[in-house]
Design a protein around this ligand. Structure first.
Ligand code: ADP
Length: 262
């Protein structure tokens, strides 16, 4: 066998091999960094409610248990802490599935208007507590059939409306519109007249654990994963999500969906 590889080719091959290896190593480093950051965030998120529960239980054991009124109050608070832990773990479970592409979408045709009305009914009590009105933008809204994973879309709409309530002003309004964009697409738009988001924070909203106002979000029971989950579900559907917001005025989240397939 004649040796065909001249010195130049050989050098090129060696260099390429070195670059490939270097890229591979860099990628592994990035992944490792990402994993470490994720675990750090997770333990941080879990610690707060765990310490809350521990605090109330210890105080009860230290004698607070003897007073009936205090006992009930502290047990309720411990219960809230456990509820929060459950929310966080459920969101973590969801985001992990979404990130490894382990979520199989179950497509069907359904009326998106009816689905939104169901979410309104589900969240009415939560909205009432802040005297926030949930309504369709168009008073005479008609049924509108789309093709998507119904449960996942309900989850998205719930997340976005819950956010509009959490970050909404008391006596405000959350409006939902269903817009016929093209022959194939509809746009779902959820707008509020709440606190709004400063321009520089908008690009980071969909990152895991990102919050504009950390303590505000935690006291509202948020895991900081809601919008990351929303974005993943939309992308799994190969659709798009948009956000527009003005600080102090309000926010608008919208996403596209495919019309029903007959
Ligand atoms: P969280 O659990 O903190 O609500 P999300 O991922 O749902 O997490 O939202 C991330 C952050 O985006 C929130 O902490 C909040 O600062 C901001 N945000 C989301 N929705 C709205 C909204 N409708 N109005 C104002 N800020 C919002």
């Amino acid at each position: 066998q004649p040796i065909t590889t001249d010195m130049e080719t050989l050098t090129r091959e060696v260099k390429k091999f070195a670059t490939d290896k270097k890229l591979e190593i860099e990628m592994l480093q990035v992944r490792e960094e990402y994993r470490r950051e994720f675990l750090g965030n997770v333990s941080h998120e879990l610690k707060t409610p765990l310490f809350t529960v521990q605090g109330y239980v210890s105080t009860l054991l230290d004698g607070a248990m003897d007073d009936k009124a205090i006992r009930k109050k502290y047990l309720k608070r411990a219960e809230k802490g456990v509820e929060r832990l459950i929310y966080i773990v459920e969101d973590l479970d969801m985001i992990t599935k979404l990130e490894v592409g382990d979520l199989n979408l179950e497509y069907s045709n359904f009326d998106i208007v009816e689905l939104i009305q169901n979410v309104f009914d589900l969240l009415e009590m939560k909205a009432d507590k802040k005297k926030i009105t949930l309504a369709f933008e168009n008073y005479h809204i008609q049924p509108n059939y789309v093709h998507a994973d119904k449960d996942r879309i309900q989850q998205i709409i719930e997340n976005l409306i819950v956010n509009s309530i959490k970050y909404g002003k008391s006596k405000g309004t959350t409006e939902v519109a269903v817009v016929n964009l093209t022959k194939e697409k509809v746009l779902i738009r959820i707008s509020d007249n709440g606190e709004g988001i400063e321009k520089q924070n908008i690009p980071r909203l969909f990152e895991r654990f990102y919050r504009v106002n950390k303590s505000g979000s935690r006291s509202e029971g948020g895991s900081g994963l809601g919008l990351a989950i929303v974005k993943h579900i939309i992308e799994a559907h190969k659709e798009k999500i948009y956000v527009e917001s003005e600080f102090g005025v309000g926010s608008e989240f919208s996403f596209t969906l495919e019309k029903e397939v007959v």
